[in-house]
Design a protein around this ligand. Structure first.
Ligand code: CMC
Length: 392
């Protein structure tokens, strides 16, 4: 290929150095700053993981309390942002609203858009982590025609989000600790995943010097696609469409058929050629949440059977296609009460932490250059312009 390496889809190109997240796709290993994802999901909290991703170390008690204070003081959004929501149709997809609202933050917080000022960068990070639950909950409230709820900083990060989403001003909202714990786990498991499509989008946007709010809006747009974050919504819809275990062979046959664009959603991964460790944690959490909430959703049986059938099928074995993070998460989110349209918005809420940590790492890198891929040109050679009247 001459002067350039041709690598469409970036299957073999490292675009940056990073100290944040390590993945061994063959072994199914995921580490954040060296800590295994399973340990973080079981023992940590989302806010602590956010600190870890941003700062490189787990916080001690004092650092933890300070970080919590810094985040909670930014949980409210500018009052005028509510007007912005009202410009959308009520049936707007929450991701459409999130792209717009998060991009618009740069028009509200001028004191944290100077990317050359480390202090302003830090404030932007805190603002984004703090405001995403408020922004996502407002998108939900707007869609169901209920009033927006202000944040309650006495609650946990995830508890506050649950209350802003499902609470109403007419009565106190009681947080179910099992639900709070499961959702916090989901947030931890989605917090970062090295240079995936949306993170690379954030880095590429940031490499031009765009402000952090604009960069995160770009990440949200990329995450929306069904091959990426949109897969959690698509996976649950697929499981519901399959409906019962007897129909699984029909869908597996479709997924294997080259002439059918259908794919098993929540299956396969660019990097994992083994079981996605996040799916393992979520598969177990799904059973626990449904049991505790007393919900018997046939979709979980369908998912388990689909996994069993696919993992014993030569096509999936040869191509090393395993369940990914999106396969079981939707079952839990649905049991909690979220509509499918909110699933990817929740992914965006959690991934904002990873995006902003990766953006910060890039901004601190003195060697950082604008991202500018090249191409292999396959179009016409030079030719002369023909006036309109002379064109056949
Ligand atoms: N069902 C059926 N066949 C599949 C699937 C699937 N889910 N995934 C990949 N394949 C086949 C694909 O047809 C191809 O076959 P062949 O080599 O014969 O052409 C082969 O496996 C390799 O697929 P690819 O598309 O070249 O692999 P990729 O690394 O470019 O794509 C992926 C990775 C995640 C986009 C893809 O596996 C997929 O579309 N999965 C379904 C969507 C999904 O669950 N996405 C969530 C990913 S994890 C969370 C996130 O990152 O947001």
């Amino acid at each position: 290929t001459g002067r350039f390496t041709f690598d469409p889809g970036f299957t073999s190109t490292a675009a940056c150095e990073s100290k944040i997240t390590y993945i061994d796709g063959d072994q199914g290993v995921l580490l954040h700053r060296g800590y295994p994802i399973e340990q973080l999901a079981e023992q940590s909290s989302f806010l602590e993981v956010a600190y870890l991703l941003l700062n490189g170390e787990l916080p001690n008690q004092k650092e933890h309390d300070e970080f919590r204070y810094l985040i909670t003081r930014h949980t409210m959004v500018h009052e005028q942002l509510a007007t912005f929501y009202r410009g959308f149709r009520r049936d707007a997809h929450p991701m459409a609203i999130m792209c717009g609202v998060v991009g618009a933050l740069s028009a509200f917080y001028h004191d944290s858009t100077d990317i050359h000022d480390p202090q302003q960068r830090t404030i932007a990070c805190h603002r984004l982590i703090a405001k995403m639950p408020t922004i996502a909950a407002m998108a939900y409230k707007y869609s169901v025609g209920q009033p927006f709820l202000y944040p309650d900083n006495s609650l946990s990060y995830t508890g506050n989000f649950l209350r802003m989403t499902f609470g109403v001003p007419a009565e106190p909202y009681v947080i179910n600790p099992v639900v709070e714990d499961a959702l916090d786990k989901i947030f931890i498991l989605h917090a970062d995943h090295e240079q995936n499509a949306s993170t690379s989008t954030v880095r590429l946007a940031g490499s031009s010097g765009a402000n952090p709010f604009a960069c995160i809006a770009a990440g949200i747009a990329c995450l929306w696609g069904p091959a990426h974050g949109g897969a959690n919504e698509a996976a649950l819809e697929m499981l519901r469409e399959i409906g019962r275990p007897e129909r699984i062979p029909e869908f597996v046959a479709r997924a294997k058929n080259k002439d059918d664009p259908f794919r098993l959603m929540g299956f396969g991964h660019r990097v994992y050629k083994n079981y996605d460790p996040r799916a393992k944690v979520l598969g177990e959490a799904a059973t626990k949440v449904l049991d505790t909430l007393g919900i018997s959703d046939p979709v979980l049986d369908t998912a388990r059977e689909l996994e069993r059938v696919a993992l014993s099928d030569d096509y999936f074995i040869e191509k090393k296609l395993y369940p990914n993070v999106d396969f079981y998460s939707g079952i839990i989110l649905s049991a909690i009460g979220f509509p499918t349209s909110m699933f990817t918005a929740l992914f965006a809420l959690a991934r904002t932490t990873g995006w902003i940590a990766q953006w910060t790492e890039m901004m601190e890198d003195k060697e950082q250059k604008i991202g500018r891929p090249r191409q292999l040109y396959t179009g016409h050679g030079p030719r002369d312009y023909v006036p309109l009247a002379q064109r056949g």
